[in-house]
Design a protein around this ligand. Sequence first.
Ligand code: NDP
Length: 240
Amino acid sequence: MTVSETPLRSVLVTGGNRGIGLAIVERFVADGHRVAALSRGGDAPSGALGFACDVSDAAQVDAAFKAAEAEHGPVEVLVANAGITKDTLILRMSEADWASVLDVNLTGSFHVAKRAARSMIRGRFGRIIFTGSVVGLYGSAGQVNYSASKAALVGMARSLTRELGGRGVTANVVAPGFIETDMTAGLGEDMIAKYLASIPVGRLGQVDEVAAAVAYLASNEASYISGAVIPVDGGLGMGH
Ligand code: NDP
């Protein structure tokens, strides 16, 4: 088999019922893969299976994986994409604001990566892709919790690369910039104008542009890419 031939895989995407995660699910479905979408809501687009699961709870993650794997076989491609924000300046950031964002964005990603790793090692194949953010490495006022959670995913992907690289498992971070979704819909016009001024490409990003990078990292063509941070940000972070 050449590197350009990607077999059809068992794919699991967290946060797969809207926004970037939904676009990722739709892309994998369109490419013919067997796709499970996890979210608290539990819904999924046609062609994918949806499972209700709060990723911050390891027992719920285990149950959702069991249900998905019963239909699709062991997860070969994991996209840890579920994420939330609780933005405020540090002096106003409560313990709960900090903990809830870390619980979903970081601990949730740990839960799904750990749950997927065993069968990936056994199968000697795996693709783990975390949805990070440009602000993970760039920083962002008002997002101490969120940017810390996203920066930590880089350490997780790189450590997984060192642990699992010899077993055919890659781990990478896709770092979107400003993408038009529910998460960014709440930002005021002032804030959007400020972002636009610092995006060299001169526009906001679209969800399918993130999905394309994820699909590439999941493909056989990306077999030799691991521990990388792939920006999809119109140049906002200049490679960070
Ligand atoms: P949305 O708010 O549109 O979607 C978030 C998704 O995460 C939903 O599917 C939601 O489903 C799910 N989710 C939230 N909490 C949990 C939880 N505890 N357990 C399981 N699922 C959960 O966000 P985006 O699509 O914009 O963001 C997707 C990812 O991309 C996030 O990690 C975000 O940080 C990242 N990102 C987004 C950027 C942007 O500009 N939009 C920029 C950079 C990064 P439900 O509510 O049903 O649980």
